[in-house]
Design a protein. Sequence first.
Length: 339
Amino acid sequence: MDQTQNSHDDDIAAAILQIKQWETEGKTEDAVDGCQEILDIDPTNVEAKNILIRLNQAGATMPAEMPSAEPTTPPAVTQEPEIPEANTFNLAETPTSESPEPSSEPLYKISTDTPETKETTLSTPTQPEKKKSHGIVLNIVLFIALAAIIGGAIYGYLYFFKSSAPKEVEAPSEVEREEVNMEEEILSTEGSQEADETTEDTEASRNDQRFTDLTLIETKLEEYYAKNRVYPPANELETEIGKLPTDPLDTGEFVYSYAVYGNYLGENQEYILSGVFEDSEMGNTTWTTGASPSDHPDYRDPEAENVIFITTQSAETNNAQTEEEPAAETETPKVKVKR
């Protein structure tokens, strides 16, 4: 019997500790329900009554029957009770002869709601949802209206205070127009004459002209080959492709030459077009395009039947100049092959 009473007291003590923890955490409803269940089992429990009085002073909802008098000091506990691991206690499992019949429900109902949720549910009234603010749209409208007002003010100021009628400009007479046109013609004529006078006949300008002429002849030869699948014979060059340009000096070694050769494809399948470029410092250079000069070293031989010099002079004059200047023909000029 003593062991049963001690076990019953230990359960109540453990329950009191749990209720105090709920009181500290703000779970007032759980604490009130726990105290009420302890008082139902032990109406003389002083600690349960003290907890109910504190909760009542804190504003918690109390049961209908509330202890009115201050309870006496509880007796000293001789042994510190052990706190069970479970958070729920069922005192009804240890009934005594004096305790009423235990209820079927558990002693403490642990709520999943946090204290903040309960306080919000109890104290915060339901408020209607606020409508979204249209401040951004209103600010944009005000900005546009302000810009329109400022722009209108500036336009009005310029229109009324700064506007001025444009000055009328008299059109020139016919005589004045003719004088101006004559002056422009005189200036343009003088400018062209000065430009012609300042243009010097130099080595560089003559070499540029040679490159232009030889490129033109090369283009005509390739067009002729594309149509006829052969290059024109040397003695019929100008007859086949038309009149051709000549060297700017057109004398001595400074003449263009054209030589045509056959190969395994047939007659007139290769050609060498050449011209001599001036260089007073490093020596004159022979420019060629077409076949390789090393395969046909006679590409500038005036006595060869497949070689012709493109010049305005007659053949007799060309031969006479060649006999008078044998050194120019016997010399082996530098060969510059166009790639």
